[in-house]
Design a protein around this ligand. Structure first.
Ligand code: F6P
Ligand code: MN
Length: 321
């Protein structure tokens, strides 16, 4: 089976980017190990602190963030980091060529129930003029990313990644510690009969999503004239992996509750990397009013509405706007 390294080379990734990706993934392998130790290592449960987003931090959030931060800082390839678990940008090597944004452990509330979790990341070039502690260089649209992906810590650890030449899926072979290519050039089916949304938020949705989801639920008797099924992993990384694998639409739409939180998911290290993967796999990724990858961020922890997945289904959803 093909190794990650040779796929990255075939996709024309520059050597320094390949080395950076391998470094990042070395951190993810350590996270995979810690996660798998679970209760044996005393890593489950919460800390007493909250992150900048006001979410209670799980012990594994803190551990995963520290692992990635340490390994990326040491590598020399990275000028600065932005992380879900860090209030501000973390300065690294002033001569580093890349910026890395990550959610160290997405869906971490799933740790306590031994369910799917993962690391989501996005890499872009660090402008030369940029000082390592300057957040402004992170405020570029997703179209500027050079690589993005996630590692899913499930029954097997899997990596989905793109460097802009298709989305490929790899499986971690724990016997020798390498990621092996198990699905090249993923193509998300254009049609689907599966949707993912947290319907407990229904009363907070805007009218287009209210109407769209009502029509999905109406099934064969409604205007869509087919029955839909619903799935919700409560970890974006798990839901997106399902959509990449067999199609579907994933929605975390605009929410009227709090004007400062127009959506739940964060642009830099959740929405953008997943949008990049989805588009490279032939799917679509929108905020409802535009392409996610074209949103110009105004702050590193910015939230956006997310509608992504199978092309025809996302188009159908957008037609309600
Ligand atoms: O990181 C935020 C997140 O945990 C996503 O991974 C997931 O899709 C979503 O929140 C789950 O939200 P809810 O709590 O509404 O199920
Ligand atoms: Mn997350």
């Amino acid at each position: 089976m093909k190794r990650l390294n040779s796929q990255l080379q075939d996709d024309g990734a520059p050597m320094e980017l390949i080395l950076l990706i391998r470094t990042l993934l070395a951190g993810c392998k350590e996270i995979a190990f810690r996660v798998s130790q679970g209760a044996l290592a005393g890593v489950l449960g919460s800390t007493l602190s909250e992150n900048v987003q006001g979410e209670t931090q799980k012990k594994l959030d803190v551990i995963s963030n520290q692992i990635l931060k340490d390994i990326l800082k040491d590598s020399g390839y990275v000028k600065a980091i932005s992380s879900e678990e860090e209030d501000d940008v973390v300065p690294c090597n002033p001569d580093g060529k890349y910026l890395v944004s990550f959610d160290p452990l997405d869906g971490s509330s799933n740790t306590d129930i031994n369910s799917l979790i993962g690391t989501i990341f996005s890499i872009s070039h660090a402008p030369q003029w940029m000082k390592p502690d300057d957040p402004s260089a992170f405020l570029q649209p997703g179209t500027q990313s050079v690589a993005a992906g996630y590692v899913l810590y499930g029954p097997s650890a899997m990596l989905a990644m793109t460097t802009g030449r298709g989305t490929h899926i790899y499986t971690l072979d724990k016997t020798h510690g390498g990621f092996l290519l198990t699905k090249a050039n993923v193509q998300v089916p254009e049609q689907t009969a599966e949707f993912a949304i947290n319907t407990s938020n229904q009363r907070h949705w805007e009218e287009p999503i209210q109407n769209y989801v009502a029509d999905l639920i109406a099934g064969e008797d409604g205007p869509r004239e087919k029955d839909y099924n619903m799935r919700w992993v409560a970890a974006m990384v798990g839901d997106i992996h399902r959509v990449l694998t067999r199609g579907g639409i994933f929605l975390y739409p605009f929410d009227k509750r709090n004007p400062n939180k127009p959506g739940k998911l964060r642009l830099l290290y959740e929405a953008n990397p997943m949008a990049f993967l989805m588009e490279q796999a032939g799917g679509l990724a929108s905020t409802g009013t535009g392409r996610i990858m074209e949103v110009m961020p105004t702050e590193i922890h910015q939230r956006v509405p997310v509608l992504l997945g199978s092309k025809e289904e996302v188009k159908a959803c957008l037609s309600y706007y």
